[in-house]
Design a protein around this ligand. Structure first.
Ligand code: SF4
Length: 264
């Protein structure tokens, strides 16, 4: 069995508890305007032209984005960092893209990690069939779950997908007392509107067992990726969110009883 991934990050400290290895699956059903991994969206292995300049000359080289990996090879890579997981209370995080798009592989590698005492987090948009999510929830230790926009029309407008399955999967995780950390991307002019913030607050207030939310403020470091990979950047020219606004929203979530982090 093989998966298509586009990166593996070692010693990650913002993708769940402790020191983690983050595996980035390729392919995502969403198309968020602010996506900071635009190379993750297509599930196909793509290529881009790398241009190196030397002495006034240009050298062009086609480079692949993504590669196939077997369960055995990925598990060997994960195990290579096991000592750091054990010392820090960390583990592996399956991210993307959307890892649930490669559900069979994800299930098998998560099971293998569990059998070998490696903590697993699934970093997901939540956009997946309920049976897919519920199957992986039986063995995964933790979910990092994006909650972006509650209104269906706006969600569709900014991510190209409806929000209903995302909300109902999240409700299921909450009702079944799964370990979930919410992630709220704070995007200027989009998720930071008063309407969206009110709706997000109303929704998270209804959750019974989820008590942590991380605010992920928009940053523009992906701009160069959009240029490099020749993809349209719908956030081009957007400013950053002021610190005071981030602090204010943090206090609003805290007033609902949530533990709130900034930046994951
Ligand atoms: S869900 Fe994540 S990976 Fe998918 S498009 Fe949105 S930001 Fe990008």
């Amino acid at each position: 069995m093989e998966a298509t991934i586009f990166d593996i990050k070692h010693f990650a400290v913002h993708d769940g508890p402790g020191i983690r290895q983050t595996v980035f699956f390729k392919g995502c059903p969403l198309k968020c305007w602010w996506c900071h991994n635009p190379e993750s969206q297509s599930k196909n292995i793509e290529s881009f032209t790398r241009i190196n300049r030397l002495d006034g000359k240009e050298f062009k080289k086609e480079s692949p984005i993504g590669y196939s990996i077997t369960i055995d090879d990925l598990f060997k890579t994960i195990q290579g960092d096991k000592i750091f997981f054990e010392e820090s209370g960390g583990g592996v995080t399956f991210s993307g893209g959307e890892p649930l798009m490669q559900a069979d592989f994800l299930y098998e590698i998560t099971k293998l990690c569990k059998e070998n005492g490696i903590h697993t987090c699934i970093d997901t948009s939540g956009f997946a069939p309920e049976e897919t999510l519920q199957k992986i929830a039986k063995i995964a230790d933790c979910f990092l779950y994006d909650l972006k926009i509650v209104d269906n029309y706006l969600h569709y407008n900014y991510t190209n997908t409806p929000v209903f399955d995302i909300i109902s999967n999240l409700n299921w995780l909450d009702q079944n007392n799964k370990n979930v950390i919410l992630r709220f991307p704070l995007i200027p002019g989009i998720t930071d509107s008063r309407q969206n913030l009110s709706e997000v607050k109303l929704f998270i207030k209804s959750l019974k067992n989820i008590h942590q939310i991380d605010i992920l403020p928009y940053h523009d470091i992906a701009n160069s990726k959009y240029n490099r990979f020749n993809k349209e950047n719908l956030m081009k020219g957007s400013g950053l969110i002021p610190e005071e606004q981030i602090s204010h929203i943090k206090s609003e979530f805290e007033s609902l009883g949530f533990k709130v982090g900034i930046g994951g």
